[in-house]
Every structure is written in structure tokens, then in C-alpha cells.
Design a protein around this ligand. Structure first.
Ligand SMILES: C[S@@+](CC[C@H](N)C(=O)[O-])C[C@H]1O[C@@H](n2cnc3c(N)ncnc32)[C@H](O)[C@@H]1O
Length: 454
């Protein structure tokens, strides 16, 4: 195919591809496009030419697809989040199911994988219980507070309104920006490693009404900081927890080397069905509370408890899955690397009156290895790893432990498919795959898969 980087071509988008990109064909050559929806006729610039595919950037939508819907958000197009707002929600779900199927087929090598229809989200707006907003100085050193521009790691735009968390969250962002300017707190700049304010994290208990503000800064203190806190607290008495995380390193992450408790509680609580969860600033918790309930009940269903099972919960976080399955199991052992998540998990068991879960802090590879050496046997392993999926050593441990059943919870269909392939090549059979949409208007999809030992 004679197409080159820099060429301008007219294309018709035919499908959605992985990572939320659109897909078109030039004769039979595949082109991945940064945006667009099936049916769009576009003019695009080829930005990369590989042997079997090319990448392109939309220059102009010549004729919009008839399936397009009006995005609700005024930042659509500029913002890196919610890039599927112009696709009707039922179609988003169809593309997500296809995405899971394609990954399992092409990366996992499964023929006709048993993928169910996606469980959609009842709330398609204001569904997030946690958001991270970034501070950044613009060219004239004016402080910006908002989200990342599409395709950029360090370009931030000033957020006016976002439909992901809540109207309260929008008002907090606006006030924090105004007060940061009033008290002369400078935004952090990554290239010069200068400035003070790095991130604003807001957590909300959707079912409890509790609100946490966590300010991530490059140093512990700054002139005007106490007045800033006082003023934010006065304006928003709804804030039940005010925390500060100090990250003096160059790593652009929203967790600190240490944490300061400014006022209120040190954590917030969220309720999911009969359970209450305590969540600290740095602990992982499912971000879509409504869908988390469906995710947890799918996991319980896929576990297919008969009674008396010994369960291993790999990557147990704040213990939410452990707690949800505890009433059906004999015992649950969780493994988790984060100290604060382990503390939360222990507190969560205590406050929910659960006494058959225990949590081991450490790297899953080391801890699982030790459990194997000491001859611990589990009837069921639940694994909910980060996006990178299971480390090959964890796959090895699973194939050594050989539990009769594995329930794998994944936020990344590509690593899920890779790991399922390794497990099924050896001793397991893929029984059921249930995608659950935790992130409407984005290309992300959560998946629960169950495997039984052959
Ligand atoms: C997707 S979350 C799952 C959390 C949990 N299942 C829940 O629903 O709350 C992944 C968790 O893995 C933990 N983690 C990441 N790397 C780890 C490792 N090497 N060993 C143990 N835990 C790890 C993270 O801290 C995080 O809590």
C-alpha cells in the first residue's frame, strides 16, 4: 500500500479500535485514527506508517455520521477524558463488548470466547466518586486547575464544568482555583520542578454524602497555606476530610511521600449494599459506586460458592471483594502492597463485623510465593490486578497452586487476554466472561472472567 507519513487522505470510519481510537481501511490497509465515530467521512493526516497499519489524525470531518449524538460537555474534544460522548450509550456498550471479544480472540487465542452482553451503568453522568485535577501554570504563570488536554501529559486546561463527579465537585474546583490565586499559592511546573500545588483530589461517598479534599503539593508548607485551608473549609462545610499529600519528587503522581492530616476525618466512608468502607486518600477504591455493587455481585456469582471455601484475594486493595465474598467462604486471605489499603481493609472488616478475612501486606509475588512454600491450599483465587495484569511469576504461582477455580477481575482486556491465554494453555478452561461498564463515555471496560481447572 503506497501511503506515507504526512499524506492527507479521505477515509470513512468503519469501526472503533482499542484504546478508544477509530478505525478505517485504505483498500485493505488498516488506519487507526485519533477520533471519530463509525460512519464519519473524514480528511486525515497520516502520522505514522508501519508495515501492517498506519496512524492518522483527523483534520476535518467532511460528513458526520448519522449515529453521532450531541456531547453534553463544553470541553469535549479538548479534554482527554470522556472521548466517546458523541457515541450513543447503547453503541458504546456494543463497542466495549466487541473490544473484549477481539482481545480474547486475537491476543488470547480463544475461539468464540464466552463473552456476555456488557452490564451498562445506570448513571452515565456524575458516576465517579473520585477525581484528580491538576494544577499547572500557563505561559504567563497564571494558575490553571483542570484536566489534561487530549493527547498531552502536561498540558492542562482550566475546567469550567465536568459531568463525571458532581456539581459540588465542580464548585470545589472553582473555589480552590480562586483561593489558590487569592493566597498566592503557585502551581507546580514539571520541567522546572518549581511551584507548590500539584493535584487536587476530591473523593465523595456517593451513598454517605462524605467529601474528602486531598491537596497534593511539592512541599509541606507555603506562605498562605493555612489561610487557604481555613477559607476553603469555611466555604464548604460539606468537606468531612481535608488531607495533604506531599510529593517533593519529580514523579508526576498524586500520592505523597508522606501525608498531613489537616482537619476532619482522616478518611471517608462509602456504603455499598450492606457494607461500609473506609477509604483513605491513597487507597484504591472502585470509582463508580453504583457499578461496583454490580461488579461485586458478579464476582460472588462467578465464585459459585458451595460453602466452606478457602479464598485467596490477590491485590485486595481496601478489602472490598474480600468482604463481599466473606459471608459465603470459610476464610479469605488478601494480599496487597499498599500499607494504607491494608489498614483500611482491616478497619473495614472490623466495622462490618467480619472476622474471617485476614490481609497480608507485601508484593503479591513474594507473599504468594511464601504461601506456596508453606503449603497453603486455596479452593478459589480471586485476582484483581492493576492495568498491567498478572506478573508472569504470579501466573507461575497460580499454575503451581492450581486452585479449582480462578475469578479474574480486569480493567484491561489486553492484559486479561494475555494472562488467560497462559493459564488456559496449561490447566484452565475459560467458562464465562462478563464485561461491566464502570466508565461511561470512555473506552475503558471492566471484565470479570471465571476459569475452572481442567
Ligand atoms: C485494581 S486494584 C484492586 C483492589 C480491590 N480488589 C478492590 O476492589 O478494592 C489493584 C490493587 O493492587 C495493588 N497492587 C499493585 N501492585 C501490587 C503488587 N505488586 N502486589 C500486591 N498488590 C499490588 C494496588 O495497591 C491496588 O490496591
Amino acid at each position: 500500500m503506497s501511503v506515507h507519513s504526512g499524506d492527507i487522505v479521505d477515509l470513512e470510519i468503519t469501526d472503533m479500535a482499542h484504546g478508544g481510537r477509530a478505525l478505517a481501511k485504505l483498500d485493505r490497509f488498516v488506519v487507526f485514527i485519533d477520533r471519530g465515530v463509525p460512519g464519519d467521512k473524514i480528511r486525515a493526516k497520516i502520522t505514522k506508517r508501519k508495515k501492517s497499519y498506519a496512524e492518522a489524525r483527523v483534520l476535518e470531518i467532511i460528513q458526520p455520521s448519522s449515529i453521532r449524538v450531541q456531547p453534553r460537555c463544553s470541553h469535549f474534544g479538548k479534554c482527554g477524558g470522556c472521548r466517546w460522548q458523541d457515541i450513543p450509550y447503547p453503541l458504546q456498550l456494543k463497542f466495549k463488548a466487541q473490544h473484549v471479544r477481539d482481545n480474547l480472540t486475537h491476543l488470547g487465542g480463544f475461539v468464540e470466547p464466552p463473552v456476555a452482553e456488557v452490564i451498562g451503568s445506570e448513571d452515565v453522568h456524575f458516576y465517579r466518586n473520585k477525581m484528580e485535577f491538576s494544577f499547572y501554570p500557563d505561559e504567563s504563570s497564571e494558575l490553571l486547575l483542570g484536566l489534561h488536554k487530549s493527547g498531552s501529559y502536561n498540558e492542562i486546561f482550566d475546567l469550567k464544568q465536568c459531568f463525571l463527579q458532581s456539581e459540588l465537585s465542580n464548585r470545589i474546583v472553582e473555589l480552590v482555583r480562586r483561593k489558590a490565586k487569592e493566597f498566592d499559592l503557585p502551581a507546580y511546573h514539571s520541567s522546572g520542578h518549581t511551584g507548590f500545588l500539584r493535584f487536587l483530589m476530591i473523593r465523595e461517598g456517593k451513598n454517605t454524602g462524605e467529601v474528602m479534599i486531598n491537596l497534593v503539593t511539592s512541599a509541606e508548607s507555603h506562605e498562605g497555606l493555612n489561610d487557604f485551608y481555613e477559607s476553603v473549609r469555611r466555604e464548604f462545610p460539606q468537606i468531612t476530610s481535608l488531607m495533604q499529600n506531599v510529593n517533593p519528587t519529580k514523579a508526576n503522581i498524586a500520592t505523597g511521600l508522606f501525608e498531613r492530616h489537616i482537619s476532619g476525618q482522616k478518611s471517608i466512608t462509602e456504603r455499598i449494599e450492606p457494607y461500609t468502607f473506609e477509604i483513605s486518600a491513597n487507597s484504591f477504591f472502585q470509582t463508580n459506586t453504583g457499578q461496583a455493587a454490580k461488579l461485586f455481585s458478579t464476582v460472588v456469582e462467578f465464585c459459585g460458592f458451595k460453602g466452606g471455601e478457602k479464598v485467596l484475594d490477590l491485590y485486595s486493595g481496601t478489602g472490598s471483594l474480600s468482604i463481599f465474598v466473606s459471608q459465603y467462604a470459610d476464610s479469605v486471605t488478601g494480599i496487597e502492597i499498599s500499607d494504607s489499603a491494608i489498614d483500611d481493609a482491616n478497619r473495614n472488616c472490623e466495622s462490618n463485623g467480619i472476622d474471617n478475612c485476614s490481609f497480608i501486606q507485601g508484593d503479591a509475588i513474594k507473599v504468594f510465593g511464601k504461601l506456596l512454600t508453606s503449603g497453603d491450599k486455596f479452593d478459589l483465587v480471586i485476582a484483581d490486578p492493576p492495568r498491567a495484569g498478572l506478573h508472569p511469576k504470579i501466573v507461575k504461582c497460580l499454575l503451581q497452586e492450581l486452585p479449582p477455580k480462578i475469578v479474574y477481575v480486569s480493567c484491561n482486556p489486553a492484559t486479561l487476554s494475555r494472562d488467560l491465554k497462559l493459564l488456559c494453555q496449561e490447566r484452565y478452561e475459560l467458562k464465562k466472561v462478563q464485561p461491566i461498564d464502570m466508565f461511561p463515555h470512555t473506552a475503558h471496560i471492566e471484565t470479570v472472567a471465571t476459569l475452572t481447572r481442567r
